[in-house]
Design a protein around this ligand. Structure first.
Ligand SMILES: [Zn+2]
Length: 651
């Protein structure tokens, strides 16, 4: 690691000391390539820490991180390099730049300024100290959530208390207990366990136990994030003010599509206004449903009741059981169908390469080739939960390739998830939501693998955060199209496609409680922006309680006093910036993806023409042009939120 840092340092010095006239090649290109070996090494270690962690690796990673992070932060503060870039910017070559090179120069200068290039020495020193501390405490924040999650288990020894739970979940809880050498059925706070219990388990006592444990994660003992949170928020605000911004949101959003916190807040407020009436109706309907079943004296819904009764209401209204779809979604078939789909749209071919070394026996490795056989790159897929792996689903880029010196350098990437694993002698049978997750992460992977951007730091998914979810979320649309489903949704035993009536029920049920789903996302978006824009520790006290106050408005049931979702909100707080002040981007991107998919629907969902247009204007372009312009180039107009409201049954 110190060797790689040394290499990057000497390239930085060489950039600063560059003799003779400044050119794009001896200044901007050197800057773009400067940290590549270091980025690669840190990327690999960070990745292994995410999927195959052990105490020594975590310790080594944490030990290296502050120095590496200090180096990155120091680049824009390197006065001689900044002078060199400004000197280049004043040349006639710079004035004549166009396209990606011109954008790279301008974005670099904005980025340097946003990172303190124009601050005085005292300001620079303070900024560096803030960033180092933020890196350490946000890393700790994420570890606390993982450790607090793993610390919890609920053992049920009386089988009758499992009533309502689908057989898949019962078998998997049984096997989970056996793996730990314990009797009975074991439930953790990992997503498949948690959501199965909250949705199906009849016993409200168990649902409540799991809900309470989940909603207070990382708030006690050695994993208490409430001690860390105010400091993260305070440091982010101090940093923004130091750099001349009103708050952290304005700092973060300057180079995104939304540009300011105020614009992002008004975007959310507009959607909230269009959603809230239906949200209230849905919640009344759910209470009425409960009372129609249990009698007029049945109590109001508690938070651990909502998903459970909603599932019953859905079953009654639509006669549709999500679990009935599981046999049709065998993981291997789903990925085969996905590869078939992208072959039709983009002409690319994906083939598995057995025998490639991997970090866990469950991991698969694939190669991707163009229609002409040109090698695009490789990727790993790691789909099942493990104790040494973090939660959630994600894509990561290990090598960012692209056009270089007249040739093409292949990409390397990976996709990870925590999906239902094989159990009880059956293959991995997924929920529809899990199928969407695979498509989603594969969309990010395409954005990475199909990138044709010459400038590394503007390639692939290195785009504005409120644009980066367009390629991923648009993929989910195919999971709702009959023709697309028929490529892969086959009963694992009989090979039958999804019966038409089941498919129609699934479609009808899609908008069920859509206002609740939307309000939940809007709530997280508001919490994120308000914590970073309006929250004042002196006036508002505990940020966890402050967030609970906001979330209450977006919650279908009263949140318990101890509810501490913010303490486990790793999206916002497990890295120095992360999704901080950017959670709204999910909804922003949904507006884009729903709108953009209308072009596929009109041109045909397997249309190679529309596919190639999407690839040419979006997937291959990275950040080489303003995302708003890329979007206009594909659609021929500005984004329109109407398609999202229609898709959600709200318009
Ligand atoms: Zn995503």
């Amino acid at each position: 690691m110190s060797k790689l840092l040394e290499g990057a340092r000497s390239r930085l010095e060489a950039l600063a000391a560059q003799p003779g006239e400044r050119t794009f090649d001896n200044t901007m290109h050197v800057l773009d390539a400067m940290t590549e070996p270091l980025d690669y090494a840190m990327g690999v270690v960070r990745h292994l820490e995410s999927v195959a962690t052990y105490p020594e690796l975590r310790a080594a990673f944490n030990a290296a991180q502050p120095e590496v992070s200090a180096f990155y932060t120091g680049i824009p503060l390197h006065a001689e390099s900044w002078k060199g870039i400004k000197t280049f910017a004043a040349t006639s070559e710079a004035a004549g730049l166009n396209g990606a090179r011109r954008r790279f120069l301008h974005k670099t200068m904005d980025t340097f300024r946003r990172h303190g290039a124009d601050l005085d020495p005292a300001g620079k020193a303070r900024l560096e100290a803030i960033d180092v501390e933020l890196t350490q405490i946000t890393t700790k924040f994420g570890e606390n959530v993982l450790d607090a999650t793993n610390q919890f288990e609920l053992l049920v020894t009386n089988e009758s208390r499992l009533a309502g739970l689908p057989p898949t979940a019962v078998v998997s809880a049984r096997e989970s207990a056996q793996r730990k050498g314990k009797e009975g059925w074991r439930f953790t706070l990992q997503a498949p366990d948690y959501f199965a219990v909250m949705t199906y388990l009849d016993d409200p006592g168990i649902r409540r136990q799991l809900y309470d444990a989940f909603s207070v994660r990382a708030t006690t003992g050695e994993y208490d994030n409430r001690k860390i949170l105010p400091r993260i928020i305070e440091l982010r605000r101090e940093k923004a003010r130091l750099l001349g911004f009103a708050d952290f949101a304005d700092l973060v959003l300057e180079d995104r599509m939304a540009h300011t916190g105020a614009r992002a807040l008004s975007f959310l407020a507009d959607l909230k206004e269009k959603t809230v009436r239906r949200f209230r109706e849905e919640n009344l309907e759910l209470l009425e449903f409960r009372r129609s079943v249990e009698g007029p004296a049945a109590p109001e819904l508690e938070p651990w009741d909502v998903a459970y009764y909603a599932e019953k209401q859905r079953a009654a209204l639509y006669d549709f059981d999500e679990e009935a779809l599981r046999p049709y979604f065998r993981l291997e078939k789903v990925t085969e169908g996905l590869f078939d789909l992208v072959n039709r749209l983009y002409g690319i071919r994906v083939t598995e390469e057995p025998g490639t070394p991997v970090w866990d026996p469950a991991v698969r490795y694939y190669n991707m080739r163009d229609e002409e056989g040109v090698y695009i790159g490789g990727f790993y897929a790691d789909w099942y939960p493990r104790e040494n792996k973090r939660g959630g689903a994600w894509m990561d880029s290990l090598i960012t390739g692209g056009p270089a010196a007249g040739t093409f350098r292949p990409h390397l990437g990976l996709i990870c998830g925590n999906l239902t694993p094989p159990a009880g002698g059956k293959p991995a049978l997924l929920t529809h939501r899990e199928v969407e997750t695979i498509f989603h992460e594969f969309g990010h992977l395409l954005h990475h693998m199909l990138s044709r951007v010459e400038i590394r730091s503007m390639a692939g998914t290195n785009v504005a955060w409120d644009f980066v979810e367009l390629p991923s979320q648009i993929m989910e649309n195919w999971c709702w199209e009959r023709q697309a489903l028929d490529l892969f949704a086959r009963h694992w035993e009989t090979g039958e496609p999804i019966p038409e009536d089941l498919f129609q029920k699934m479609k009808r049920a899609r908008t069920f409680r859509a206002a609740n789903t939307q309000m939940r996302q809007l709530g997280f978006g508001f919490v994120d922006l308000l914590v970073h824009v309006k929250y004042d520790p002196a006036r508002d006290g505990d940020p966890v309680a402050y967030a609970r106050g906001i979330l209450q408005e977006f919650s279908p049931a009263p949140l318990p006093e101890a509810h501490a979702m913010l303490a486990a909100f790793t999206h916002l707080f497990s890295s120095p910036v992360g999704y901080g002040a950017g959670y709204y981007s999910y909804k922003w991107a949904e507006v884009l993806d729903a709108d953009a998919f209308t072009r596929f629907r009109e041109g045909g969902i397997f249309s190679r023409d529309v596919g190639q247009a999407f690839r040419a204007n979006i997937l291959s372009k990275g950040d080489s042009e303003d995302p708003a312009e890329l979007y206009r180039a594909f659609m021929g107009r500005e984004p329109d939120p109407r398609a999202l409201l229609i898709r959600s049954g709200l318009a």
